[in-house]
Design a binder for this molecule. Sequence first.
Ligand SMILES: [Zn+2]
Length: 389
Amino acid sequence: MTALPGHGGSGYGRTVPAVPVPAVPAVPVPAVPVPAVPVPASPVPASPVPVVAALDLPLARARHDRAAERRDRAGLLPSLYADAATRVLLVHGDRLSVADAGGRARLAWRGPAGLPAPADPAPTPPPRPDAADDPADVARDTPREQEPPLWLYLGEHDGVAYVALALPQTDAALATLDVVPGWATLRDLDHLDDLEQGLATEAVALANWHAVHAFCPRCGAPAQVRAAGWVRWCPVEDRELYPRTDPAVIMAVVDDDERLLLGHAAHWPAHRFSTLAGFVEPGESLEQAVRREVAEEVGLSVCDGRDDVVYRGSQAWPFPASLMLGFRARVAGTAADPAPDGVELTQARWFTRAELSERVRTGEVVLPTRLSIARALIEEWFGASLPGA
Ligand SMILES: [Zn+2]
């Protein structure tokens, strides 16, 4: 018999007699006086910047409970499918099902009856491949059928469950419906109430993620949908994949004369001017992204004081997967001329409030839509609502 050293009294078959350990008297430890740390009068130093309420943004007004704790509940989707009270919103590509309500499109919620049933979530994982197998080989041999319609659990409000049904992006998928609704994109629906706006934004954002994550990004295997639409799972690597959101900064850049910098992007319609914006890069803070984007797009340096890049609010922008983080950023002085990079931006200029108001009135400047955080940043700087859709 072999015992591991240190586990029991016999090491390598020999009996080792216990050695008596003499008792060690406790040594008294003298108390070391620790000086008291002076407590400042106020834990938060007075800020020279007034505390301003965050922007009230149209795509950040959800009223429902996402009820994330229910997503993993066994049988959630089949039970919601069997309940005529469940409200279902159809999603097809970037479009939502709508119905006409007094000349304005409203979301066309319906019951589950007549819709395809939720697919089985494959409760038993298939055996993992032999360690010697290349996951890419296994993935290549796995059949890739057209994805079925996906049931996506959105949450609850006032005791009602809301789900989205993301249809395959084919005309054939529409032909299976008992009633073919009208369709509209989220961009067309800037007049929804807060509950519907929140549900629609969540539905589009989650459906967009599924549309481009049908396969594991590492090994290429078809990734199965789990957790009522909130997880995909790679059966080859036993790995869970979660919905992604791409952070982007968007900034109202002002100078010491309180002029606002707006630019015109190469791919925009004529006369459209808006705030600068760009994606946050890996390993970068939001403030660094603000400074880098302003330097890249117009060649100006944002001041690097503590209060020169100020967060103003955020909203999802699921076209297809952005989270827009809004800032006010200051460029020192009043003489700096923007130099558009000629690639992303073809024009950039400073506006006083009077200039912007006049040019919007004459149509020389067309502002971004009211659904956008850019519009909110511009109107916050202006101090009032500006005309135009
Ligand atoms: Zn994989």
